[in-house]
Structure formats: C-alpha cells, structure tokens
Design a protein around this ligand. Structure first.
Ligand SMILES: C[S@@+](CC[C@H](N)C(=O)[O-])C[C@H]1O[C@@H](n2cnc3c(N)ncnc32)[C@H](O)[C@@H]1O
Length: 465
C-alpha cells in the first residue's frame, strides 16, 4: 500500500535512454505523447496500433514491435529500459508487466492502477525548459488537472523564454561572481526586478542591462528580517513573510512556529532552532542576538521567524536594537498577533460598540518570585477587553486580583488553546471558573485568555479547522 507521502517528485532524464510502452491504443498514446519530445528511443509493443500511434510510427518517432507480449519478451527487453508504461486494456497483463519490471528495478507505471506501479505521471505545465508537475500522489488526478488549469492561467507565456535567457548567461555570471551565494543573489535580484519582465517579453538587450546592474550592485552584505509568522495557521502568513521565507539563507525559529509554517521556508535554507532545548530553557536572548549578528556579518540573509507579531511580546524590539546598534540592516514584517488570530478563530470580537471600547494586550508572565507586576485598577475595569498572553501558570492569581480589584466573579472569560491551528479549542468560563478549567481540561500552551463581555458576543462562525 502506498501512503500519501510515498511519492518523490523528480525529473527524470530520458534523452540518452529508451522507454517501453506496452499497448497500442488511446491510453498508450497518451503516455507515448509524454515521451515524444523527451526520449529518442520509444519502443511500443502491441498487436495493433491506433491511428495516432500509427502516425508516429510512420513518422519514425516510435519503433513498433508487434511481438506477442510474453514473459520471455519482457525478460529480454525490460532490463535495457529507462522506464516502462503498461497501458493495455488487459489488467492482468499490465500487472504481469509490472511484476517483471519490478524484478529488474525498472520504473513502471501501470495506467490507472497505482498499486503495482512504482511511479505515476503528474499533470504537467510546459513552458520549456520550465516544467511544473502537479501530483496528488494518485489520490485525485482530476484535482491535479484542475489545479494545472488554474496555475496555467497565472503563468506568463514568456516563462520558457526567460528560463532560456537565464540558462544562456549562467557562464557569464560565473565569470563575474565566483561565490555560489553571490551568484544566487544576482539571479534573485534579477528575477525580482524589471529585468525579468524584459526577458519575459523577449527584450534581451534591456534584460542584459538589468542583469549587468545586478552584478555591479551585488555584494555579500547580510541582513536580518524580523518576520511575524502569525499564530500558527499558514494561511495567516503575510505575502511579505512568504516572500522572505523563500529568499532566506538561514532561519532562526522557536517553538511557536509549527511545522506547517516551517514547510514553507525555502528548502535549502539552514534551520536553527533557538527555542526550548532539552533543558527546557530557551537560548538566552543575548546569544540569539549574537548569532543573528554573526550570520548577517558573514553575508547571510537571516530570517528571524517569530510567532504572531515580532513587536508584541516577541522580544523583537530587543533584537532590532542589538542588530541596528551592530550596524546590521534590519527589516521588520508584522504578523497577525495571537489575540487577533484567536478572536477571529472563534468569533470573539476584541472590541464591541456595546461593551468594549478598549482592548488591552498584557502579559501574564510572572516575575522570578511568581508574582505579577501589573496595574490592577486599570485592568479590572468594565468596558474593556483583556487579551492575556503567556498567562496559564499565573492565571489563578490573575483572576483573583481582577476580582478583588472590582470585576465580578461571573465576569465572562475564555481561554483559546492552540488558536488557529488544527487542534484549536475554546474554553469558556468566568473569572471564578477559569483557573479550574485549566486543571480539569489540561489546557496546554500556547493559550491566550480573553476577559470581558466580548466573550458573550461570540458567534459560531465557519472558521473550523
Ligand atoms: C512569547 S508570546 C508571543 C506572542 C506573539 N509575538 C504574538 O504576537 O502573538 C507567546 C504567547 O502568545 C500566545 N500565543 C501565541 N500563539 C498562540 C496561539 N496559536 N494560540 C493561543 N495563544 C497563542 C500565548 O499566550 C503564548 O504563551
């Protein structure tokens, strides 16, 4: 049995090998068409050929063998093949071809039968030499084709021309920049700027001018991007965050960044975890700062990826200060902060004309002695919402202090656990009941507490994960 993750998309070189297609009908023709421009020797074995196959045969583009498809034939011919398609209308025969191909470790695709196959063909978008392959791992070929249509519509016609322009100038760039990272920068600058548009339009002279300018301005100057990754749902990343995630040389991240977001970081960017280590201590802030500075000074474009917004309880301010003081160029990209994400996830508005004209973001992070250093009279007020970050441990004290400073015990409150993630949960209570909920429901971090009448204005909305 295959699972949804058992397929690795690769592009297979066929210009120096031969391929075998078993079958001569329409289904076989569809697979043969994929091979025509890629493989110089296509052997089709079938008793009869359909019209299209016959046409290719007459043009000399395929070799037709009308042999009997026997075990002896397959055993003799399969070992020299780069790949095989079994595309007859006889399922048993197709599976027999697969069995023998597998015994020689030759890649085999049985059309419409993923089980005996060792590869499947994706839906392909062609802008030669650019190819985009879309696969659903055999789960839903129709979906792959629908996606192909949608992506096709987004891609500029001149994409192939652009790729050819870039291919033709790789040597020229190599002579001018001997360092891999510098070359990567030059190309990134080029494709992010007007040079790319010129090459797409076929205006090679103008494109070359821009490429020359990118070479001149190229230097291995590092920088740091302080980027907010939002509360966890990758759909809540900003476009700027996604772009920088795709361009970074390295990424420093912590435990608030879920794997589903890390998957969107460029695959070859170095990943450095600076969150909780086995000792359960985060890397000290000055060590993180020093690491960011060291990397930027070595010329890296460093992505400092932070949960939520970097400037809201994220120590982004301290990192920015240290970097700027060290002369490093810094860019800050805001993210959706946990309060906004959690409120939206469960239909809890943070302000409301009827009951909350103010919304305070506060941290329930306790001091070393376990007490909270907060101005209670200004927090324990009606007409406002409190969004409390990092407050699970001291929640008992927090709820108690809000009550002794004037809020009633039945004042509405809620905890949002793992907000915006697939396992998010809402726990609704009051100031009096909330601490017990944490215990009985074993609520875990990250969790955000919202206190105020806005909790009663929540509505069930369709944000289910
Ligand atoms: C160090 S603070 C970082 C806040 C972050 N910079 C932001 O803007 O959301 C960590 C706290 O944010 C809250 N938080 C972050 N992500 C959350 C999520 N997905 N669900 C609930 N609370 C979250 C929790 O209170 C957590 O303890």
């Amino acid at each position: 049995m295959t699972n949804e993750n058992s397929y690795l998309p690769i592009t297979l070189r066929l210009d120096d090998g031969q391929a075998l297609v078993v079958g001569g009908g329409m289904v076989a023709a569809n697979k043969t068409r994929l091979l025509l421009s890629r493989c110089p020797q296509i052997i089709v074995v079938a008793r009869e050929l359909g019209a299209e196959m016959m046409h290719w045969h007459q043009q000399g583009r395929i070799q037709w063998r009308n042999d009997e498809i026997t075990e002896e034939f397959l055993t003799r011919n399969l070992p020299s093949m780069r790949l095989v398609f079994a595309a007859t209308d006889d399922r048993t025969l197709n599976r027999e071809v697969a069995r023998i191909a597998r015994s020689f470790n030759i890649p085999i695709c049985v059309v419409d039968d993923p089980e005996p196959s060792t590869f499947i063909t994706p839906a392909i978008i062609e802008r030669t030499p650019v190819q985009i392959a879309i696969s659903t791992g055999g789960a839903a070929p129709v979906l792959a084709r629908r996606l192909r249509g949608q992506i096709e519509a987004l891609l500029p016609e001149g994409l192939g021309r652009l790729a050819k322009f870039m291919r033709a100038r790789r040597g020229w760039i190599r002579e001018r920049a001997d360092n891999v990272m510098a070359r990567k920068r030059i190309w990134e600058d080029f494709v992010d700027g007007p040079g790319m548009e010129a090459a797409l339009a076929g205006d090679d002279t103008i494109a070359e001018n821009y490429l020359g300018a990118a070479v001149e301005k190229s230097s291995l100057k590092g920088e740091v991007w302080l980027v907010g990754a939002g509360p966890g749902d990758p759909d809540l990343l900003t476009l700027a965050a996604l772009r920088l995630m795709q361009n970074a040389d390295s990424v420093l991240y912590d435990q608030l960044i879920p794997e589903t977001i890390m998957e969107r970081v460029r695959r070859d960017a170095e990943r450095v975890f600076v969150g909780k280590k086995r000792s359960h201590h985060t890397l000290p802030q000055d060590e993180i700062n020093a690491e960011l500075i060291r990397r930027a000074q070595a010329g890296e474009r460093v992505l400092r990826l932070k949960g939520g917004d970097p400037f809201i309880f994220g120590r982004g301010g301290e990192e920015m200060e240290a970097l700027v003081d060290a002369g490093i160029h810094v860019r800050v990209v805001p993210g959706i902060t946990a309060a906004s994400g959690c409120g939206a996830a469960f239909g809890i508005p943070l302000t409301h004309r009827d009951c909350a004209q103010t919304c305070l973001f506060l941290t329930g992070h306790a001091r070393a002695d376990g007490t909270l250093d907060l101005h209670w009279p200004s927090l324990a007020r009606k007409g406002q919402t409190l969004a409390i970050y990092m407050g699970l441990n001291p929640l008992k004290e927090l709820c108690h202090k809000l009550q002794i400073n004037g809020l009633p015990p039945d004042w509405p409150a809620a905890i949002i656990e793992h907000g915006t993630r697939s396992d998010q949960k809402l726990h609704v209570g009051t100031l009096a009941s909330l601490p017990e909920l944490v215990e009985t429901r074993k609520i875990s971090s990250p969790a955000l507490t919202i206190v105020g009448q806005v909790v009663e204005h929540r509505r069930h909305i369709n944000n289910d994960k």
